[in-house]
Design a protein around this ligand. Structure first.
Ligand code: GLU
Length: 305
C-alpha cells in the first residue's frame, strides 16, 4: 500500500500571544504529527494586515519553543507568499469575478430575502453576471455552482461525517477582499497545497470553513488532506477563548518548567489526555503515547512510515 508521509501544521494568526485556546490547537496538531512520525510545520497567517499585532508572531514562536514544541523546517509567513495566491487566482480564471457590493448592501439583500441573522452573509449573486454600470470592483468572488447546488461531504476524524451546501449556506465567497488583502480561505488552501500538508488538525471554529476549502482544492487540483477539528476552549460565557474574550497569554519569560502547570497540563487535560509529568521533556514523552492511545480508543490505528 502506498503511504504518503504525514505533514501537519500549526497556522496561527499573529493577532495576539499564544493562550490556552491556541495552545490546544498547537498541541493537538503537534501530537498528531509525532504519533504519525510526521513533520510539523508552522505557518504564520498574517494576510489580514489590519488584525496583525506587532511582535505577536515572535511571541507565539517563542511560546511554542518554551513549551517544547519545535517545528520542522523554516517558519513561513503568508505575506511573503502572495505570488502563490496571485498564481492561484490566474488558475481559477473565469471561476472568479469582480464584485462591487458593500457588506451593507449584502446584509440589506439578506433582509429582503428573509435570511437575516446568518453570520455568513450569503451573497445574493448581484455581480455574478457582471458589474452594473457605474459600479467599481471591490472584492473578487468565487462562483459556486448553482444547478444543482454544490454539497460538499467530508469526514472529520473527531466530528464524523459532515456536509454543507455551499451554494445555499455560503454563496459565492470572497478570495480577495475589498481592502485588497487576500482572503483566509484562498491563502490557507494554496499554502496547505504548496506545503504538501496531508493532515489538518485545528480548532472546531474552522469546521464550517472546511467545505469551502475542499471546493477550492478541487478547482485547483490539490489533493484533499485529512481533517481533525478539536473542540474549542470557551470562557465562562461560552465564547471562543481569545484575547478579546479575556484569555491569559503565557508569560514567555517565565521558566519553562512553570509552563508545565500553567499551560501544558491544562491543555492536555482539555484534550482528554492523562499525563503526569514533572518536566517539559517528561510531559512530551508521556503525551505522545497518550495521544496515540486516545486515537486507538476512537478506533484509529495510526499509520507509520
Ligand atoms: N490562522 C487561523 C487561526 O489562527 C487558523 C487557520 C487554520 O488552521 O486553517 O484561526
Amino acid at each position: 500500500m502506498k503511504y504518503t508521509p504525514y505533514i501537519g501544521r500549526f497556522a496561527p494568526s499573529p493577532t495576539g500571544p499564544l493562550h490556552l485556546g491556541s495552545l490546544v490547537a498547537a498541541m493537538a496538531s503537534y501530537l498528531d504529527a509525532k504519533v504519525h512520525q510526521g513533520q510539523w510545520l508552522v505557518r504564520v497567517e498574517d494576510v489580514d494586515r489590519d488584525r496583525n499585532v506587532a511582535g505577536a508572531d515572535q511571541h507565539i514562536l517563542a511560546s511554542l519553543q518554551r513549551c517544547g514544541m519545535q517545528w520542522d523546517g523554516e517558519v513561513t509567513w503568508q505575506t511573503q507568499r502572495e505570488d502563490l495566491y496571485e498564481a492561484a487566482l490566474r488558475q481559477l480564471g473565469d471561476n472568479i469575478y469582480p464584485c462591487g457590493c458593500s457588506r451593507k448592501e449584502i446584509a440589506d439583500s439578506q433582509l429582503r430575502l428573509g435570511v437575516a441573522g446568518n453570520p455568513n452573509l450569503v451573497y445574493p449573486g448581484t455581480c455574478r453576471t457582471g458589474l452594473a454600470p457605474g459600479r467599481t470592483a471591490r472584492a473578487l468572488r468565487l462562483r459556486t455552482p448553482q444547478e444543482p447546488p454544490c454539497v460538499i461531504h467530508f469526514h472529520d476524524r473527531f466530528a464524523g461525517d459532515i456536509s454543507q451546501d455551499i451554494t445555499d449556506e455560503v454563496g459565492d465567497f470572497v478570495l480577495r477582499r475589498a481592502d485588497g488583502f487576500w482572503a483566509y480561505q484562498l491563502a490557507v488552501v494554496v499554502d496547505d497545497g504548496a506545503q504538501g500538508i496531508t493532515d489538518i488538525v485545528r480548532g472546531a471554529d474552522l469546521l464550517d470553513s472546511t467545505p469551502r476549502q475542499i471546493f477550492l482544492q478541487r478547482l485547483l487540483g490539490l489533493p484533499p488532506p485529512r481533517y481533525l477539528h478539536v473542540p474549542l476552549v470557551v470562557n465562562a460565557d461560552g465564547e471562543k477563548l481569545s484575547k478579546q474574550t479575556g484569555a491569559q497569554a503565557f508569560d514567555t519569560g517565565a521558566p519553562a518548567e512553570s509552563l508545565l502547570g500553567s499551560a501544558l497540563l491544562p491543555a492536555a487535560r482539555f484534550l482528554g489526555l492523562e499525563v503526569k509529568a514533572d518536566s517539559v521533556g517528561a510531559f512530551w514523552r508521556a503525551a505522545v503515547p497518550a495521544w496515540d492511545a486516545l486515537l486507538r480508543a476512537h478506533g484509529e490505528a495510526p499509520h507509520r512510515p
